[in-house]
Ligand binder design. Structure first.
Ligand code: ADP
Ligand code: ZN
Length: 760
C-alpha cells in the first residue's frame, strides 16, 4: 500500500482543487468546511451548478477566484482515494492525448456506484427438494433433485451444465454461474423462471482469493529459465524498465511471465495483464488457474454491473491482486501496482479510437514509469515501435527462439491464385481444397481464415449495377444471411434485403459479390458435406461465455473445420488443428494504412501459429497455405522464408525514408459535422492557421476515406513532425481548447488522434 504520509492533508477551512469526471477545462476550486479533513486523491461530493457531482481532490486550490465566492465541499466518499501515481497518470494521459483531464478521470471512475458500500447481490442455488426421504445420502439427494428437475423442465445440454455447476458449490451470481457453465445468462434465467434454480441474497460477490504464487510452475527449459530469471530480477530490482519478451508462438512466453507475476505477488503488490481481446481469453484464464489455483480478477466491457462494481472496489482496496483485462483495465485505481504485462503488444486493439483516443500499450509504459515498476511487452511479432525502442537501447529484450518441446514451426507456403483460380463464385483453390480433404481424412482439424464477417461484403443489382450502401456511412452494406439482414459494419445500421432495386425497380436482381465467412461455409459444405463446420466471427461468437463454449467444442473435437475471422487468430492452442488455410492473404494489404504490410504480416503469422502447435505424433506437423495474388510481395516472402528480420528491416527503412513513425511523429485531426459546409469551413480554417516549420508538415484537409460516418461528414488533416518535435505543444498551440472532442459552432466536432493507427 502507498504510505499515507505520501498524501498531504488539508485541514478544515482550506481550499482545494477538485477534478470532476467531466470534459471541463480543468479542476475547480472548492472550500473545505471547518471540521472536514480531505486528502489529495480522495473522492468528494461537490456542487456544480444545481447538481451534486463526485470528483477527486486534485491538490491545492488553483486560486484566482474570490474565496468568498467558492462553493463548499459537501462531503467525502467512503471509498479509498486515488493514489498520487494515478493522479499523475491521469494528468499525463490528458496532456499527451490533448484530452480534458476530467475525460480521462472519467475512465478511472467508470463505476460511480462502486463508491458506495457494497450491497447484497442475488445468487442462484439449486431448488431444494421438499420431501426427500430421510435416509438418503447427499449424492443421492443431488441425483434425485436432478431427476426431478429433468422430469419437470425441458432439459438441454446447456441447462444440464448449469445445474451441475450449481450443485457443486455455494450459490453463484448470474454472471459467474453462466460463465462457469459456459452458457449465456439467458439459460440461467430460464432455469430460474422454471423454478429449477432459486434466487438467494448473498453479502456481495465473493472476494478474490490470493493467487497461490508459492506453487511451482512447470519446470522451465534452459532458455525459458534464463528469460524468467531476468524478468524476476527486474521486479526485484524495482524501478522502471521495459522488457520485450519476443518468442515464437508456443515458446512458453506465458509460462515465463507467470514467474514475474509470482514474484510481484510474493512482494504483496498488484499485477495487471493486458490482453487485446479479453472476451477470447478462456484458455488464458485456464492457464492462470492451472498455475495459480484461482481465477484472476477480470475487466472488460462484457461484465455485469454488479461484477463491475465489485471488481473496481476490490482493485482499489488492493484486494484483487492480479487483474487481467482489456485496455480499459489500465485505468483501474490500483493502490499498489508493481507490474504490467502487455500480451500481444503489437495488437491494434490496444488503440482506443473514440472518446479519449489512446494506445493502451504506450500508456501502460507511462503508467510503469510513473509507478517506477517493470513492464513486460510480449509478442511473437513485435511492433516496429517496440523493436525500435529495443534497438535504440530504451527497452531490454529477451528471445525465446524455439517452440516448447521441440515442436517445429508450421511449414508455410503460398498458393498463387493467378494460376490456381477457383470457379466464379468460389474462393478455395484446388490446392487448398485438397489439403483440407487430406487433413479431415486423417481425423485432424483445419482452420480456414477469412477476415470478413457475414455472407458478402457487397450486394449489387444485376440489372443496373446499383450498390447497396449504408445511408449514414461511406460504406457498403454487408449481407448477413444467417441474420437475414444487410448490416453496416461501421455504424450497425441494419436493413432487410430489398425485393426491388431502389434504383431501377428490377425485382430479385441482387447479386452477392465477394466472400464472407458465411459464404465460405456454403462452399465448404458443398465440398465436404460430412465435415462438422463452425463459423467463428464476432457476431457468431458474442462474449466470453460463447467463446469459451466454442473453444471447448474445438478442444473436444466436436468440430472438424473452423471458418474464422481474426477472433480465432490469437493465442489459441488446439492440438488437433494441423492445417491453416488463409483464404485471402492480400486482404489487409490494400488501402492507405501506414502499417498495412506490418499488420498483415503480424496477423498472418499469428494465424499460421495456430497450426500444428503440438507435435506429439509425427504426422501432426502443421501446414499453412496462404492464397494470394501477390506471391512476390515482401510480406509473403517474409512469411514463406521465415525471415522476419529482413522484412522488418525493409519496413523500417521505408518508414525512416518517409519520416513516418516510429522515426517521425504523426497526429491526425478529424473534423466532422452533420453539416458538410460547416465541417469544411472549420477544416479550412485549421489549415489556414496550421503550424509550419522545417520539421512540421500539415497535409490536408481531405475528405476521410470514410467521408460519411454515422451521418457525419468527415475531413482529415495529418500533421507530420520530426522526432525531436514536441507534438503536444505544436498541437496545443494550433488547436488548443478546440481539441478533445469539443463541440464547435455548427455542431462541428474536432477529434485529435495522436499516433494514429486508423486512417479511415
Ligand atoms: P506462448 O505464450 O509463447 O505462445 P505458452 O506459454 O502458451 O507459449 O506455451 C505453449 C504451450 O507449451 C502451453 O501449453 C504451455 O503450457 C506449454 N509449455 C511451455 N513451456 C513449458 C514447460 N517448460 N513445460 C511444460 N509445458 C510447457
Ligand atoms: Zn453505417
Amino acid at each position: 500500500m502507498q504510505p499515507s504520509s505520501a498524501i498531504s492533508s488539508h485541514s478544515g477551512g482550506q481550499q482545494v482543487s477538485v477534478l470532476l469526471p467531466l470534459p471541463l477545462a480543468g479542476a475547480y476550486d472548492y472550500r473545505v468546511p471547518r471540521g472536514m479533513a480531505v486528502r489529495t486523491g480522495q473522492f468528494v461530493a461537490v456542487p456544480l451548478g444545481v447538481r451534486v457531482v463526485t470528483g477527486v481532490v486534485w491538490g491545492e486550490a488553483r486560486g484566482g477566484v474570490d474565496p468568498a465566492k467558492l462553493k463548499e465541499v459537501l462531503g467525502t466518499r467512503e471509498a479509498p482515494g486515488l493514489s498520487r501515481d494515478m493522479l499523475r497518470f491521469i494528468d499525463w494521459v490528458a496532456a499527451y492525448t490533448l484530452s480534458p483531464p476530467g475525460a480521462v478521470l472519467k475512465m478511472a471512475m467508470s463505476v460511480p456506484k462502486a463508491l458506495e458500500p457494497p450491497k447484497p447481490v442475488t445468487a442462484y442455488a439449486p431448488a431444494p427438494i421438499s420431501s426427500a426421504p430421510a435416509s438418503v445420502s447427499g449424492t443421492e439427494i443431488r441425483q434425485i433433485r436432478q431427476i426431478r428437475q429433468i422430469r419437470q423442465i425441458r432439459m438441454t445440454p446447456a441447462r444440464r451444465r448449469v445445474l451441475e455447476v450449481a450443485a457443486e458449490g455455494p450459490p453463484l451470481i448470474l454472471a459467474d454461474l453462466a460463465r462457469k457453465a459456459a452458457v449465456g445468462t439467458s439459460v440461467v434465467k430460464g432455469l430460474a423462471r422454471a423454478g429449477a434454480l432459486i434466487p438467494v441474497q448473498v453479502a456481495a460477490p465473493p472476494p478474490h482469493p490470493l493467487p497461490r504464487w508459492q506453487t511451482e510452475g512447470v519446470s522451465l527449459s534452459a532458455a525459458q529459465e534464463t528469460a524468467a530469471a531476468q524478468l524476476v530480477r527486474a521486479v526485484d530490482r524495482g524501478g522502471f524498465g521495459v522488457t520485450l519478451l519476443d518468442g515464437v508462438p508456443g515458446s512458453g512466453k506465458t509460462e515465463v511471465y507467470f514467474q514475474a507475476i509470482a514474484r510481484v505477488l510474493e512482494q504483496g503488490r498488484q499485477a495487471l495483464v493486458l490482453l487485446p481481446e479479453i472476451a477470447l481469453s478462456a484458455q488464458w484464464l485456464e492457464r492462470f488457474r492451472g498455475r495459480f489455483g484461482v481465477e484472476p480478477a477480470q475487466w472488460h466491457s462484457d461484465l455485469t454491473g454488479a461484477r463491475r462494481r465489485a471488481t473496481w472496489r476490490a482493485v482499489t482496496e488492493g484486494q484483487a491482486t492480479v487483474v487481467v483485462g482489456a485496455r480499459s483495465a489500465l485505468f483501474l485505481p490500483y493502490p499498489d501496482l508493481g507490474l504490467i504485462v502487455v500480451d500481444e503488444e503489437h495488437d491494434a486493439a490496444y488503440k482506443q479510437e473514440d472518446g479519449v483516443i489512446y494506445n493502451a500499450r504506450d500508456m501502460a509504459v507511462v503508467r510503469a514509469r510513473i509507478g517506477e515498476f517493470s513492464l513486460i511487452a510480449v509478442s511473437a511479432t513485435p511492433s516496429l515501435e517496440t523493436l525500435t525502442n529495443v534497438k535504440e537501447g530504451r527497452y531490454q529484450s529477451l528471445h525465446l527462439p524455439d517452440r516448447h518441446g521441440g515442436a517445429t514451426l508450421p511449414d508455410l507456403q503460398t498458393i498463387d491464385m493467378r494460376e490456381d483460380k477457383p470457379a466464379s463464385g468460389h474462393w478455395l483453390s484446388g490446392a487448398l481444397g485438397t489439403a483440407v480433404e487430406e487433413t479431415l481424412s486423417r481425423g485432424e482439424q483445419a482452420l480456414l481464415f477469412l477476415n470478413r464477417r457475414g455472407y458478402a461484403p457487397l450486394t449489387l443489382c444485376r440489372a443496373c449495377g446499383h450498390r447497396l450502401q449504408c445511408p449514414r456511412c461511406t460504406a457498403w452494406l454487408v449481407q448477413h444471411r444467417r441474420a437475414g439482414r444487410l448490416l453496416c459494419h461501421h455504424c450497425g445500421h441494419g436493413a432487410a434485403v430489398p425485393t426491388h432495386c431502389p434504383q431501377c425497380q428490377a425485382e430479385d436482381s441482387f447479386a452477392a459479390c465477394g466472400p464472407g465467412v458465411e459464404r465460405l461455409a456454403e462452399e465448404v459444405s458443398e465440398l465436404f458435406p460430412g465435415a462438422r463446420t463452425t463459423i467463428a466471427a464476432s457476431d457468431t461468437v458474442a462474449g466470453p461465455a460463447a467463446a469459451a463454449a466454442l473453444v471447448k467444442r474445438i478442444e473436444d473435437h466436436e468440430v472438424d473445420l473452423i471458418i474464422g475471422t481474426q477472433i480465432v487468430a490469437k493465442g489459441y492452442h488446439f492440438p488437433l488443428l494441423t492445417l491453416v488455410g488463409v483464404v485471402d492473404g492480400d486482404l489487409g494489404l490494400t488501402g492507405g494504412d501506414l502499417r498495412a504490410a506490418e499488420r498483415t504480416y503480424q496477423l498472418l503469422y499469428q494465424v499460421a501459429g495456430r497450426a500444428g502447435r503440438e507435435q506429439s505424433r509425427e504426422q501432426r506437423a502443421g501446414r499453412v497455405l496462404v492464397q494470394t495474388y501477390m506471391p512476390g510481395h515482401p510480406v509473403m516472402a517474409a512469411l514463406t522464408s521465415g525471415n522476419r528480420d529482413q522484412f522488418l528491416e525493409a519496413e523500417a527503412q521505408a518508414r525512416r525514408d518517409a519520416g513516418m513513425p516510429p522515426f517521425g511523429r504523426l497526429a491526425a485531426l478529424i473534423v466532422s459535422s452533420r453539416d458538410r459546409a460547416a465541417a469544411e469551413k472549420v477544416a479550412r480554417n485549421l489549415a489556414a492557421t496550421a503550424p509550419h516549420g522545417p520539421h512540421v508538415q500539415v497535409l490536408g484537409p481531405a475528405p476521410a476515406p470514410l467521408s460519411l460516418l454515422r451521418g457525419r461528414h468527415r475531413l482529415r488533416l495529418l500533421i507530420k513532425a520530426g522526432r525531436g518535435t514536441n507534438m503536444q505543444k505544436v498541437l496545443g498551440q494550433w488547436v488548443g481548447q478546440r481539441a478533445g472532442g469539443a463541440r464547435l459552432p455548427g455542431g462541428v466536432r474536432l477529434q485529435v488522434d495522436v499516433d494514429p493507427y486508423s486512417f479511415l
